[in-house]
Design a protein around this ligand. Structure first.
Ligand SMILES: [Zn+2]
Length: 266
């Protein structure tokens, strides 16, 4: 009897905290544990540890300001401008970029060196911003780690919790999206980058560059962002279908060289 009532009350708890949120990118509803406030809290709690594990922030204020300025353009035109977006470059030499629930977006030095212009940077940020908006990372977190568990560990003052935080942070870095989520991030990202004034064909070039790099060696970006089939084809098709390519959209090779590549002495 006792077991049954515990079971029932935990069922009731689940019903209360489980909501159906609509994913603005796919238009479908998705089952999601907890709310967007928890996404923001989670991103804030785990950002410092994640930065630490990936070599820390690149210590260059003008470079970081430039990246954040470009990223915030995507945030502003997104479906959820109220999330707390930050766009930060980390010292890591791997070729990677990723997003935490609630808004923190990270890009590695390895990735920055491979990009050629501001629109390509925007394409990466637009893709990651879409993962945040569509709550893909929160969904993967719910499934693989547990959001309330991660939050309770972060707020715990118990000894050993620092180690647990480090462990959860490394799991977050390794969380992998599904190919469907990946495709949504491409499609949503195209919309955001063109709304923000960038040439969408630079997303095609970025994906081509990443695919070429992955011929040489397995790429960290593709281990967390699996390469969907016909990626280049559907991105080009989407650009044509939606009429995204217009004269006057920014590529920004000079700005990128001056603000990023020169600063990295690359
Ligand atoms: Zn992705």
């Amino acid at each position: 009897m006792k077991v049954k009532s515990i079971f029932l009350s935990s069922m009731l708890y689940l019903v209360l905290v489980t909501g159906c949120a609509t994913n603005p990118i796919s238009g479908k509803s998705q089952l999601m544990l907890l709310g967007e406030d928890q996404d923001i809290e989670l991103g804030k709690q785990y950002s410092p540890e994640i930065e630490k594990q990936l070599g820390g922030r690149i210590q260059n204020t003008s470079l970081q300001n430039y990246l954040d300025m470009v990223g915030q353009r995507m945030a502003r035109v997104s479906h959820k401008p109220y999330f707390e977006y930050t766009y930060v470059a980390l010292e890591d030499d791997m070729i990677n970029a990723f997003a935490l629930p609630g808004g923190p977006v990270f890009i590695t030095k390895g990735m920055l060196k491979k990009l050629e212009n501001e629109a390509q940077l925007a394409s990466i940020f637009a893709h990651e911003t879409t993962h945040v908006v569509a709550r893909h990372s929160a969904a993967q977190m719910s499934r693989e780690i547990g959001i309330s568990f991660a939050l309770s560990v972060a707020s715990s003052k118990a000894s050993g919790s620092a180690m647990q935080v480090a462990d959860i942070a490394s799991q977050m870095i390794g969380l992998s999206y599904s190919r469907t989520q990946e495709r949504e991030a491409d499609i949503g990202g195209l919309e955001y980058m063109t709304k923000a004034g960038y040439d969408p064909y630079e997303m095609v070039k970025t994906m081509q560059m990443l695919e070429e790099e992955s011929q040489e060696r397995p790429l960290e970006f593709f281990s967390t962002h699996p390469n969907p089939e016909n990626r280049i084809e559907y991105i080009e098709e989407e650009i044509r279908m939606k009429g995204y390519s217009k004269p006057g959209l920014k590529v920004g090779a000079d700005d990128y060289k001056r603000s990023v590549l020169d600063e990295l002495n690359y």
